[in-house]
Ligand binder design. Sequence first.
Ligand code: FE2
Ligand code: FE2
Length: 179
Amino acid sequence: MLNIIHKDHKNIMQLLLLVEDNINLLKDEQEIDYQLIKSITSYLKKYADKYHHPMENLIYAHYLKYRVVEDKVANRLVDEHKNLKLITADIDEMLDMIMLDAIIPKELIIEKLSGFLSLQRQHLMYEETEVLPQIAQTLTEDDWAHLNLQWQHKKYEDPLFGKKISEQYKALSESIYQS
Ligand SMILES: [Fe+2]
Ligand SMILES: [Fe+2]
């Protein structure tokens, strides 16, 4: 399970690089492909919010059973997941509006995309440097066997980085490998 999570993080980081490239293009007064960013938010909504974060929450909840951790620290991961879900949905809606030709000031688009980017990155850093190392150190083989049994979505395939790329993400997938 930890392997899946680390792999997801690498994948998400690639997506965030694309977002960053596009923010820079916007700052440079160039046109960007909003449909591409929309594919990223759509993927994050359908995969990260539905499977990646719940898997982390499941593992972390199990880890917390054995540790006395201050409430604020204990709740941070789940809180960040909730917050990311909101901001991702917000960006996703903004992109819909842009594609419907709503007039949104470019500065606002840059500001929102940049906020989204830094929140996503800061969350990945928190997990990679603090949460996951603690989990890896603490949980035993038995814990992992138990968690594996508890995880309900074993059959779910990643529609973008998995074996079969869904039609919806073909263009995004090509951009990732070109970048
Ligand atoms: Fe997370
Ligand atoms: Fe994560």
